[in-house]
Design a protein around this ligand. Structure first.
Ligand code: ADP
Ligand code: MG
Length: 238
């Protein structure tokens, strides 16, 4: 079952055309990585799915709904921002609960969701602290927790590991894979890092200058690169 469908989407910034009729289908529950060099359009595509960027043509469908004219809050997706997007004056609990108050959930429901997400991410002991009292890795988990409590159909990550040091990057990668197995939600993860893509993805979407070069499993991409660009970019034998 397709969870997210991008149909012939175009996007321009002034005179610059980023996408001209891009199509892609993402299956429910899969971990998809958008992989490509800086400037190829990964963030723009993710932001169009999230509703943070308008589309100039084409359609985006999430579940049974056409969403490309809906506001971000009505799309059943949650974008995970870098950890510095936490509110410094609020506790971790309040940071995670914030978005839920806005959609009018009852206090008991909010507490239950925050507790459950905190248990999943093993950050229960941190709930009464402020972001400034947390390590980078802990703050990253809180940022993910803020998305989990919304119970979205899909999680959208834009290079979430790029500000972490090497050891933490590896650890967070392992945790993200575990989280995906546990939640069974659709996840889209944007990166320019081939190793991240190869280790995390069910399917990789290789992008170059606003076009999709190839969609395939890590094995397919590596063993049978469809274009010279893909071979070069993933370091596979051409
Ligand atoms: P990536 O995330 O793969 O590095 P982006 O999606 O950020 O790429 O950018 C794709 C292209 O769109 C680039 O040429 C970039 O300069 C351009 N672009 C992105 N956002 C804007 C914007 N707000 N205004 C003008 N150009 C933009
Ligand atoms: Mg980007």
């Amino acid at each position: 079952m397709a969870d997210i469908e991008i149909r012939g989407v175009s996007k321009r910034f002034g005179p610059v055309t980023v996408f001209d009729g891009l199509s892609l289908s993402i299956t429910s529950g899969e971990f998809v990585v958008f992989l490509g060099p800086s400037g190829c359009g990964k963030s723009t595509l993710l932001r169009m799915i999230a509703g943070l960027e308008s589309v100039d043509g084409g359609e985006i469908h999430i579940g049974a709904a056409r969403v490309d004219t809906l506001p971000p809050g009505a799309r059943q997706v949650a974008m995970v921002f870098q950890h510095y997007a936490l509110y410094p004056h609020m506790t971790i609990f309040e940071n995670m609960a914030f978005g839920l108050r806005n959609i009018g959930l009852k206090r008991l429901e909010i507490e239950a969701r925050v507790q459950e997400a905190a248990r999943t991410l093993e950050i229960e002991p941190l709930l009464q602290r402020k972001p400034g009292q947390l390590s980078g890795g802990q703050r990253q988990r809180v940022a993910i927790g803020r998305a989990i409590v919304k119970e979205p159909r899909a999680f959208l990550f834009d290079e979430p590991l790029s500000n972490l040091d090497a050891a933490l990057r590896v650890r967070t990668r392992v945790e993200l894979a575990r989280l995906h197995r546990r939640l069974r939600a659709t996840m889209i993860f944007v990166t320019h890092d081939q190793v991240e893509a190869m280790t995390l993805a069910d399917r990789i979407v290789v992008m170059n200058e606003g076009r999709i070069e190839q969609v395939g499993t890590p094995m397919e991409i590596y063993a049978r690169p469809a274009t010279r660009f893909v071979a070069r970019f993933v370091g596979a034998p051409a």
